[in-house]
Design a protein. Structure first.
Length: 169
């Protein structure tokens, strides 16, 4: 009888916190993680007894490490997080949403949570302002644009609007 193949443990995917919602935050985290890596690798060549305090890490990096049970002092954990961030910049779907007004942080968090639940767990979001859309939004992906703005709706229904206004005069 052939030996039973051991089933590999399922690979746990890293979680992307809601606070990290766009490519800008991902690139900022990459730079911060690189700086931390440089600092810790240089600590071996510093004069013993003259160790400086560890650099402060941002709330975003602390959240990423904490949510994924990674310790930033362990080289393997830093390498895993760095690889994860590199993969995000190369492969994560990015959506650009233009809004008429600056969204609140609560609205942004709800939007990112919805996208990560219903579209892709690593979806990244770029927010932009375009006051001329009046209300609604314009959503762009790499290959498609969806215009959910009031301006677009008025343009589509222009004849009906003119007829309605003209009929009442």
């Amino acid at each position: 009888m052939a030996p039973k193949a051991q089933s590999a443990a399922p690979v746990k995917r890293l979680e992307l916190p809601i606070l990290i919602f766009g490519p800008t935050e991902v690139r900022r985290l990459q730079r911060e993680l690189e700086a931390l890596e440089d600092y810790l690798s240089q600590s071996h060549i510093r004069e013993p007894g003259k160790q400086e305090a560890l650099p402060k890490t941002s709330r975003l990096l602390d959240g990423l490490a904490g949510n994924n049970n990674k310790n930033l002092l362990i080289p393997e954990d830093r390498q895993k997080l760095a690889k994860f961030l590199r993969d995000l910049t190369q492969k994560a779907p990015i959506m650009h949403i233009s809004l008429a007004a600056d969204p609140s942080s609560a609205f942004t968090a709800k939007l990112v949570a919805w996208l990560r639940t219903n579209v892709h767990p690593y979806a990244l979001l770029q927010l932009g302002l375009q006051p001329s859309i009046a209300a609604g939004c314009v959503l762009r992906t790499n290959n498609k644009t969806f215009d959910f703005s009031l301006r677009h709706r008025f343009d589509e229904q222009r004849d009906l609007l003119v007829k309605s206004i003209g009929g009442r005069l």
